[in-house]
Design a protein around this ligand. Structure first.
Ligand SMILES: [Zn+2]
Length: 190
């Protein structure tokens, strides 16, 4: 365990897709070994990360708990904003069900702008930097030298693919769920 303790920053804690009020739409930041891990991308997540002191171009990992818009609306724009701010490395993005399709659709919607900036500004091609990963079962989602991430399905009908995530870092473990009803599975995960 180094000086860089794992930290949790609540970027958005408001439920529901409506915009406005004192709280922002759902998003959470974990800082693990100095790297940002973003869980859920509600509207406003980019500016909330900046408020939390995270340089967007350091974005490396994104996780979506489920595909309600208050959890995914700014997923594509967040990656885009990181790229606009100078992102040059790969971003791995993990989510259930439509993660691949959503990523491709966003990149397709921005293809003109991305293509222009690659030529005009010499930027790396965003379409090659973002790597989506879909998961649809309980268990290991990703693992690197700093953290092991596992998922469990929670109860958010009528959505079937709704998950909680457990992050096991060297110094502590953190469990974050998306929306759920009472869920023994979540209790077990934590
Ligand atoms: Zn939801």
């Amino acid at each position: 365990m180094g000086e860089q303790r794992t930290e949790i920053v609540l970027l958005g804690t408001k439920g529901g897709p409506r915009v406005g009020g004192a709280r922002k739409n759902p998003a959470t930041l974990l800082k693990i070994a100095g790297l940002p891990y973003v869980i859920d991308c509600g509207y406003g997540v980019s500016t909330q990360l900046l408020q939390a002191g995270v340089a967007l171009e350091t974005l490396r990992y994104i996780f979506l708990t489920h595909m309600h818009s208050d959890h995914n609306l700014e997923y594509g724009p967040l990656v885009y904003n990181a790229w606009a701010n100078g992102l040059k490395h790969r971003v791995d993005a993990y989510g259930p069900s439509t993660m691949n399709r959503q990523t491709a659709a966003f990149l397709d919607s921005m293809q003109f702008d991305i293509g222009i900036r690659v030529i005009d500004e010499g930027r790396p091609d965003l379409r090659e930097l973002i790597v989506p990963h879909e998961f649809d079962t309980d268990g290991l989602v990703m693992e690197n030298a700093d953290v092991r991430v596992s998922a469990v399905r929670v109860r958010h009908p009528p959505i079937k693919d709704a998950f909680a995530l457990r992050f096991d870092a060297a110094d502590r473990s953190v469990v974050i769920s998306g929306d759920t009803n009472y869920s023994p599975e979540l209790i077990e995960l934590a």
